[in-house]
Design a protein around this ligand. Structure first.
Ligand code: SF4
Ligand code: SF4
Length: 275
């Protein structure tokens, strides 16, 4: 399996297209909290005393219950395979937990206006807390666990390709807009991953009919002001967004997000089941 290469897109945006508006105190706090408190604490010491589970399914249910109590919307499990680990990153754990966190529908549907970008940042902050605390809980139960950064525009490059990890864990399918589309919330989610050696069950990808729907829908493609969304899949069979075409619009609107707002699947009101 080929390891993905990080596009450095946020560094490209930062150096070429300064973001539009000045952040509010709350937005500044979220960013500071992610960088100073969440990110350095994604890993830590493991308790000597090990919890015992009768099966991988029981361990998964324990973790799912904790993550849901912390605020997770959907929780799934998969293997750590080369195609989800960015080139240059080191991940020694064999299993992963993938968490999706719903972004508020009303706010996201305003994209590209500011409430959408603010909601996306809030979701990064909130999901970071969920990932950090769930990884800490697994270590508390005596198993190594490492949270991976959720917000990709930190100084360090990301380690896990969250969208693909979520697809492999059965949380949804990847749409023409390049985003994970879940049954419950469509692309209106942020995704985070925890890797661990605790044995867990694997669900595998699911077919929600998204790929067939995208082949005729094209609503995101027609609404994208940067013309960054493709008509056709690339040679690897995926729709690949052109990050350099997306970047100026992303910067101009502090997050853009039109391709989330116009997607018919974004109208989902949740209430579905975990994979
Ligand atoms: S964020 Fe905006 S510019 Fe970028 S792909 Fe989506 S719609 Fe296009
Ligand atoms: S807007 Fe249409 S084509 Fe684009 S991801 Fe959503 S369903 Fe697919």
């Amino acid at each position: 399996m080929v390891r993905p290469k990080y596009s450095q897109i946020f560094q490209y945006i930062e150096s070429n297209f300064p973001m539009g508006s000045k952040p509010s105190p709350m937005e500044s706090f979220w960013v500071k909290d992610i960088e100073s408190n969440q990110y350095p604490n994604l890993n830590g010491p493991v308790s000597e005393e090990k919890a015992t589970f009768s099966s991988p399914e029981e361990a998964a249910e324990t973790i799912r219950s904790f993550a849901k109590a912390a605020g997770a919307s959907i929780v799934g499990f998969s293997d750590v395979t080369d195609d989800i680990v960015f080139l240059g990153a080191e991940v020694s754990e064999k299993n992963c937990i993938v968490i999706a966190y719903e972004m508020d529908r009303e706010a996201i549907l305003t994209a590209p206006d500011p409430p959408a970008g603010i909601e996306a940042l809030r979701a990064y902050w909130r999901l970071g807390r969920i990932v950090q605390s769930t990884a800490a809980f697994i270590r508390y139960m005596g198993y190594p666990a490492r949270g991976h950064q959720v917000r990709t525009y930190l100084k360090d490059p990301p380690t896990i390709l969250n969208t693909l990890a979520a697809y492999k864990a059965g949380l949804g399918e990847v749409g023409r807009n390049g985003l994970l589309i879940t049954r419950e919330y469509g692309p209106r989610v942020r995704i985070g991953t925890i890797t661990t050696d605790l044995p867990l069950p694997k669900r595998g990808p699911i077919d929600l009919g998204v790929d067939r729907f995208c082949s005729t829908c094209r609503r995101c493609l027609e609404s994208c002001r940067g013309k960054a969304i493709p008509y056709e899949k690339d040679q690897s069979g995926k729709y690949t967004i052109d990050p350099k075409k997306c970047a100026p619009e992303f910067a101009k609107y502090d997050g853009c997000g039109i391709c989330i707002a116009v997607c018919p699947f974004s109208n989902g009101s949740g209430g579905g089941s975990d994979p």
